[in-house]
Design a protein. Structure first.
Length: 496
């Protein structure tokens, strides 16, 4: 079974990394300093050994014939602990002695002399451990048959190097301890803003996003959102994310409220014709003397047709919301608007219907679904017919440029209430209290303009409305099919 790695905080990992780096740097510094110091001390020692060998060679040359003579060691100036030896022609040690403090030179023992074997008198430096005396730095010289060895102890050099390393180790350990404490304090202080950011994120995650209304989520303090630092960038990004979450939640609440309102309105609209149908059916079941069968069936058919139209409108909106592809063909908007206007004139003879077409060599062409576009214009005209009194003038205008085609439907009726204007394209929005109905009409279901907006969006266009008492104008803008070369000209108005 594999053991899980121990999780460490960012603070602990930073402190560990800094301390490890300092340990490596201090060790490298100590090692390098010791090497440099040793090289310097060894160079100085080798120079002294060479001087001692040259002096011994000079003293031995005075007794050339006596190869065992070491009388030159009794001269003043030789350092205590200096070792000297005479060699024969074959390089064997003939005699060897060491300079003592306030005493004659002491001859080396056989084991000590054996340690000097194999050293050639060619001026090279050798490090030789001598039993009972320690480690020596030895060199040999040869001049006209006089061969000598001279050496100096390395204990002083080694002691100096050991002392240097020990001192540096103590200083490094003290520096590491102090630096570790300082780094721990600094890292803790510097990461404190990150801790506050993390605490904010944890607090936000504890909010009940799945239920109820989520507002006033905790934000990262302004002092922790400075974009000049990495922590500030994280804090600012977290605040932006929280803003997006709140706006998304608010939009979701609004969407749910619209859905609940939509379902309630749809249920109400469907319940009314169903109640009428059920009422007339109940009256017919009780006996035909209560109501004429022809009238009852006529009312049942009318309510059934009303309910069927509402269901078809809801189905159309659902299909448009799903983004189902529409039929795509080149459509002449002028013909569509003219046809819809003739239908509106037949349905509402009490209004003055007018058609305005720009005179151009090329008609206003768009790419889209002709049936849906006809429904768009018919709903706009029906809206004007239902919410304006008899005698109102309604003008349907078609205009086009190279990039766009416009459909404008305006009337000189009482206008739309300013409170209703921002939500006029929402579903089940009724203008009963703001616009006068034509006498004898029952009003719509509140889906007509919602269907107009959905069809416009499905064709990649946009819709706008401007209204004031005496003038209400709906403008539908659709992308033109290709390059419509529209020449400037006069406008022809057809009166109905």
């Amino acid at each position: 079974m594999t053991a899980r790695p121990v999780a460490r905080s960012l603070r602990a990992r930073l402190l560990l990394f800094v301390c490890a780096t300092l340990v490596v740097v201090c060790a490298a510094t100590t090692f390098t300093t010791a090497l440099v110091q040793r090289a310097s001390l060894m160079g100085e020692l080798d120079r002294r050994v060479s001087n001692a060998a040259e002096r011994s060679l000079g003293g031995a040359a005075l007794h050339r014939d006596d190869q065992a003579n070491l009388s030159f060691l009794t001269e003043n100036g030789h350092p205590v602990g200096m070792l000297a030896a005479r060699l024969d022609v074959h390089g064997r040690v003939v005699s060897a002695a060491i300079v003592s403090q306030d005493a004659p030179p002491q001859s080396l023992t056989a084991p000590q002399r054996s340690a000097l074997k194999g050293i050639a008198p060619n001026g090279s430096q050798h490090t030789v451990p001598v039993p009972g005396l320690g480690t020596y730095r030895i060199t040999g010289l040869d001049s006209d048959g006089v061969r000598v060895l001279a050496g100096l102890p390395m204990d002083d050099v080694q002691h100096m190097i050991d002392g240097l390393v020990g001192t540096e180790a103590v200083v490094a350990a003290t520096g590491l301890a102090v630096t570790g404490i300082v780094c721990a304090v600094v890292i803790r202080r510097q990461l404190r803003p990150l801790g506050r950011v993390a605490a904010t994120a944890v607090e936000v995650t504890r909010s009940p996003f799945g239920r109820g209304e989520v507002t006033g989520l905790t934000r990262v303090p302004a002092r922790d959102t400075d974009p000049a630092g990495e922590v500030g960038q994280v804090g600012a990004a977290l605040n932006r994310m929280i803003d997006h979450v709140e706006s998304s939640l608010a939009e979701r609440r609004r969407s749910e409220e619209r859905m609940r309102r939509f379902l309630a309105d749809a249920s109400h609209e469907l319940r009314t014709p169903l109640a009428s149908i059920a009422g007339y059916a109940e009256l017919m079941n009780r006996g035909t003397d209560r109501i004429e069968p022809v009238l009852a069936w006529r009312r049942v058919s009318a309510e059934s047709a009303r309910m069927t139209g509402l269901v078809e409108d809801l189905l159309l909106l659902a299909r448009l919301d799903e983004g189902r592809p529409l039929q795509s063909a080149e459509v002449d908007l002028a013909a569509v608007v003219a046809e819809a206007l003739w239908d509106a004139r037949a349905a509402g003879s009490g209004h003055d219907w007018q058609l305005a077409l720009s005179l151009a060599e090329t008609p206003a062409l768009v790419t889209g679904d002709e049936a849906r576009l006809h429904r768009l214009v018919a709903n706009l005209l029906a809206n004007a017919r239902e919410h304006t009194p008899a005698g109102t003038t309604v003008v349907a205008e078609v205009d086009a440029t190279r990039q766009r085609c416009l459909i404008r439907v305006r009337d000189d009726g009482p206008g739309i209430s300013p409170d209703l204007l921002p939500k006029v394209f929402e579903r089940f929005t009724r203008a009963d209290t703001s616009r006068s109905r034509a006498p004898g009409t029952a009003g719509g279901s509140g889906l007509g303009l919602a269907i107009v907006a959905a069809i416009t969006a499905a064709h990649g266009g946009r819709i706008d409305v401007q209204s004031q008492p005496g003038r209400t104008e709906f403008t539908v803008e659709l992308p033109a099919a290709g390059d419509n070369a529209v020449a400037s000209g006069s406008c022809r108005v057809l009166h109905g």
